[in-house]
Design a protein around this ligand. Structure first.
Ligand code: COA
Ligand code: AMP
Length: 629
């Protein structure tokens, strides 16, 4: 099969193409409506089909003879623990966990927040919620209480599921005090909080509201799968946008299951029974799609890894896990590879392991920079495939389709559009730009299955945020170009979103925290290039008149505030006090120009600048701190 014929079929007959892919799953009632369009041209997939995602991912496999196959391997170097679940065992514990939630009153459509470390119970919780037809919202464990509180108020969960702690290399991070603080801050009060007690920290429980997970589970009976419609929501996952408030991306059951099942063979070239490892966290979309749903829908074995690519204990971690479990496809973020490369430049640790089962290494989360790609390809001898996607789409928009027709790899490119995605590069006014010219990367509507149609709790937000800028297209927020061979090069965000170690953050949100400091009159947060993490945020701050705080003092206080308000994953460090910011005459801060200056890139000073003299002042301030040459 050629990539082009597969892609053309998906464009010419989307309904026929996706009906066929839907047949690979066990529905309770096969959908009659494959694609329905609304007035905006948005596509709703499989709306009248009846199904349950957890059934498709678990019970279906047990029924079809995979009960004794491994479904999930837990490998935790930070606790020195390993465990395994067959499909039968995982189905059983998920059904009983669903019973536990049902006893607390969770029914179809209710929201359940999951704030957990990388332990099997996090995956079990997600699948148990899905089994009841309820909606999970996983919040990454690295987010601080105010971030959790924002999500509690938006999702309005009936129940929160958590663990007593997570472990960051050697540091025990107690979760329960953070949950308690978030519950205090939030206006919405969840009815119950279920805590999985880990031996590294015991959480105190509030009588009436909090419950011990293991004690409740011991009393719970297995429950069956609640049928839902293809268009019913499976989960809400919050992601950073250009404003301070995160957006709740809503994922529907039907399109999600079909797209992920298709992707497992088409993109990753794995078959049922193969071991697939996405080294990420269930708090991110990569974790949702490729630690939990994709591999299980396809009958693969997935790995829940509680550790880092380095430090737990060293830069051999990725290769040790691949060799130990016979991983066929490894997927992680470029920052992880850069960290490994830094620690083990000759890949001596990699070479100690038998990686013969590993066929392809996949990268996403940020652009795979050509030097890292070259190093990894040379050292591993494996194809290294970059693919581009977003929380909003739930799966890759551009990729090198290993299960259809592997194509030559071009460094810096995430290859070609995945079937179903109609990718265009548009200019400022929505016009198509010539091949090789950079512009906004936009997706012509309708989007393929799995992509979002709604932002939770705000029907207009999706249209305003993604459709209004270029009518008829979904605006990705990324810029880039398509070359003469049709290869897509994604060059980075064109909005105020930054990418820190593969984690998506909003500069606006960080600015909001800085602006609350009593000494700060105004500020701009920009992304500074970083060899390891890709980008890190940097604060340019103007003080209120008469404030005498030193830059070092302010920096320490801002670091603490940002860690306490957003979380340590922000990796905020550098603060520069300026006498004024560079602005246009209408008062808009010139963040892009400032970022180019900080990163030593060529910059243009827009003619709309209020006072061009400010640029040399800022360069001088950065130079005196040895931040630019
Ligand atoms: N809970 C609490 N704190 C967390 C956390 C969690 N789940 N995850 C990260 N943090 C903290 C870390 O402890 C660290 O705190 P510190 O500043 O006190 O040391 C901070 O947040 C930054 O974490 P991280 O970005 O993980 O940096 P690191 O220096 O500990 O590790 C890497 C560097 C490259 C190894 C790490 O960033 C990494 O593994 N990246 C891969 C990212 C990834 O898989 N992304 C998924 C997208 S596909
Ligand atoms: P998230 O929604 O957290 O997955 O982040 C999505 C954003 O990460 C995209 O909009 C891109 O800016 C960036 N991104 C993810 N994968 C890639 C990639 N392969 N190449 C370039 N940028 C990427």
């Amino acid at each position: 099969m050629s990539y082009l014929s597969e892609y053309d079929r998906s464009m010419q007959d989307p309904e026929g193409f996706w009906r066929k892919q839907a047949e690979a799953l066990e529905w309770f009632k096969f959908p009659q409506q494959i694609l329905s369009l609304d007035d905006d041209g948005l596509g709703y997939w499989f709306a009248d089909g009846e199904m349950n995602t957890a059934y498709m991912a678990l019970d279906h496999h047990v029924k079809n003879g995979r009960g004794n196959q491994l479904a999930l391997i837990y490998d935790s170097p930070v606790t020195d623990t390993k465990s395994r679940y067959t499909y039968a065992e995982l189905t059983n514990v998920v059904a009983r966990t669903a019973g536990m939630l049902s006893n607390l009153g969770v029914v179809k459509g209710d929201r359940v927040i999951i704030y957990m470390p990388m332990i099997p119970e996090a995956v079990i919780a997600m699948l148990a919620v899905a089994r009841l037809g309820a909606i999970h919202s996983v919040v990454f464990g690295g987010f601080a209480p105010p971030e959790l509180a924002i999500r509690i108020d938006d999702a309005k969960p009936k129940v929160i599921l958590t663990a007593s702690c997570g472990i960051e290399v050697k540091r025990v991070v107690e979760y329960k005090p953070m949950i308690d603080r978030a519950m205090e801050l939030a206006k919405h009060k969840p009815q119950s909080c279920i805590v999985y007690q880990r031996p590294q920290a015991t959480a105190s429980l509030l009588a009436g509201r909090d419950h011990d997970w293991s004690a409740l589970l011991a009393k719970s009976k297995a429950v069956g799968c609640t049928p839902v419609k293809g268009s019913d929501p499976l989960y809400i996952l919050y992601t950073s946008g250009t404003t301070g408030k995160p957006k709740g991306v809503l994922r529907e059951n039907g399109g999600h299951a079909v797209a992920l099942k298709y992707s497992m063979k088409a993109i990753y070239n794995v078959d049922p029974g193969d071991v697939f490892w996405a080294s990420s966290d269930v708090g991110w979309v990569v974790g949702h799609s490729y630690i939990v749903y994709g591999p299980l829908l396809h009958g693969c074995t997935t790995i829940v890894y509680e550790g880092k690519p380095i430090m737990t204990p060293d830069a051999s971690a990725l290769w040790r896990v691949c060799a130990e479990y016979g991983v066929k496809a490894l997927f992680t973020a470029p920052t992880a590879f850069r960290a490994v490369k830094k620690e083990d430049p000759q890949a001596a640790l990699m070479k100690q392991y038998d990686l013969s089962k590993l066929q392809v290494i996949y990268s996403a989360g940020e652009r795979l920079d050509p030097p890292t790609e070259a190093w990894l390809t040379e050292q591993s001898g494996k194809p290294v495939v970059d693919h581009w996607w977003q929380t909003e789409t739930g799966w890759a928009i551009t990729a090198n389709m290993q299960g259809i027709e592997p194509m030559p790899i071009k460094p810096g490119s995430s290859t070609v559009p995945v079937p179903g995605f109609n990718v265009h590069i548009l200019g400022e006014n929505g016009q198509q730009v010539p091949r090789g010219t950079q512009g906004y990367i936009a997706l012509k509507l309708p989007l393929p299955p799995a992509c979002l149609n709604h932002v939770w709790g705000d029907v207009n937000k999706f249209r305003e945020s993604y459709l209004a800028f270029l009518p008829g297209y979904y605006t990705s927020g990324d810029g880039g170009y398509i070359d003469e061979d049709g290869y897509v090069f994604v060059m980075g965000r064109v909005d105020d979103v930054i990418n820190v170690a593969g984690h998506r953050l909003s500069t606006g949100e960080i600015e909001e925290v800085i602006a609350t400091h009593p000494a700060v009159a105004e500020c701009a947060v920009i992304a500074r290039d970083d060899d390891l993490k890709g980008q890190v945020p940097m604060g340019l701050v103007v003080l209120k008149t008469g404030m005498t705080i030193t830059e070092a003092e302010l920096q320490q206080q801002l670091i603490a505030r940002i860690r306490d308000t957003i979380g340590a994953i922000t990796c905020y460090k550098d603060t520069v006090i300026l006498t004024r910011l560079a602005k246009t005459r209408s008062g808009k801060t010139l963040r892009k120009t400032l970022a180019h200056i900080v990163n030593g890139k060529e910059y243009t000073v827009p003619s709309t600048i209020d006072d061009p003299g400010v640029i040399s002042e800022i360069i001088e301030a950065l130079r005196s701190r040895k931040m630019v040459k």
